[in-house]
Design a protein around this ligand. Structure first.
Ligand code: UFG
Length: 325
């Protein structure tokens, strides 16, 4: 059985869907602080906070867990600057509790949700895995620290792991069952689509004076179903006995904030009022993955290669979620 922590969250719930599609048995764990219980598509669910070690141990005693896919974490960059304590506690201490419970139960297969936030401002594009790590926020630092912990634990205790560094997760389940739902919503595509739906007056562009072709930031948007697929492939490789590794997950193609807004206008066929504002502190000008290693070693190839397709799935979900579909 596979334990998926953060199984009620955005990427966790999509990964559970992918695992179930391949016939895996799954138990989801989530404290429901930001997740949605109705997104958990497997039958087995435990409402547990990783900081509650006795409850965590009980979950390991109750289910025959062989592998762990670990998503449960705080994920808002801005919040991590204002309140780093909850980031270090949840993302580092919570993760350490999880590893401890795993070892007590003889579980050594681990997939970790890491982030492009470990890189900080890139020296060059696209970004390979060996790029220097200079995270700009406590959030990014928790991901970097946890990657180091995994490497030390692998050497000392026989942990076998894959860390997956996501670029910008986007889109929703193409079948429309689950999707992106953060409250408050910090991410560009859902914000633009909320404006298209009339739920916001406008979209503010955070910075139009970057050293990029149209002056706005560039990001590598990767569909959440493709991310989910990468977790399944990573787990299969670990189970085949491959060595621990770290992979970038992105398409390798960047799109600017203005391009995203224009594409959302085309997909939705609606007007989207735009306001140009100042830069958001901490935003790197451009983040684009070099995904070669994941392609070669995981045999991973994103299915959603156009921004338009990615946004179309997000729009379908948004219409459905707001009862307009
Ligand atoms: N943006 C706007 N207006 C908005 C929202 C976002 O212009 O209303 C811009 C941002 O400034 C940024 C881009 O759109 O340039 C993307 O912003 P998101 O908040 O959607 O995503 P980020 O690139 O900031 O964050 C993502 C992940 C984080 C991860 C980070 C790495 O969501 O988990 O990449 O830097 F840490």
């Amino acid at each position: 059985m596979i334990l998926v922590t953060g199984g009620a969250g955005y990427i966790g719930s999509h990964t559970i869907k992918a695992l179930l599609g391949r016939g895996y048995e799954v138990v989801a764990l989530d404290n429901l602080s930001t997740g949605h219980r109705e997104f958990v598509l497997c039958d087995e669910f435990v409402e547990v906070d990783l900081l509650d070690y006795p409850a965590l141990k009980k979950a390991f005693s109750r289910y025959p867990i062989r592998s762990v896919i670990h998503f449960a974490a705080r994920t808002a960059v801005g919040e991590s600057v204002e309140n780093p304590r909850i980031y270090y506690e949840n993302n580092v201490v919570g993760g350490l509790n999880l590893l401890r419970a795993m070892f007590e139960h003889g579980v050594t297969e681990f997939i970790f949700s890491s982030s492009a936030a470990v890189y900080g401002d890139p020296e060059s594009l696209p970004i390979p895995e060996e790029h220097p790590k200079r995270p700009k926020s406590p959030y990014g630092r928790t991901k970097q620290i946890f990657e180091e912990i995994l490497s030390d634990y692998a050497r000392a205790y026989g942990l076998r792991y894959v860390a997956l560094r996501y670029f910008n997760a986007a889109g929703s389940d193409p079948e429309g069952t689950i999707g992106e739902w953060h409250d408050p919503e910090p991410h560009l595509i859902p914000i633009v689509l909320e404006a298209a739906l009339g739920l916001r007056d406008h979209v503010e562009i955070f910075g139009t004076d970057y050293d990029t072709p149209d002056g706005t930031c560039i990001r590598d948007f990767i569909h959440v179903a493709d991310l989910a697929e990468a977790h399944v492939l990573a787990l299969e490789r670990l189970r085949e006995g491959r060595a621990s590794s770290i992979y970038n997950l992105g398409t390798g193609v960047g799109h600017s904030v203005r391009e995203v807004i224009e594409t959302c206008k085309r997909v939705t066929g609606r007007e989207i009022p735009v306001v140009e504002g100042p830069r958001r502190p901490g935003d790197p000008p451009a983040l684009v993955a070099d995904p070669t290693r994941a392609r070669q070693e995981l045999d991973w190839k994103p299915r959603f290669t156009s921004l338009e397709e990615i946004i179309a799935t997000a729009w379908e979900w948004m219409l459905r979620r707001h009862g307009r579909g």
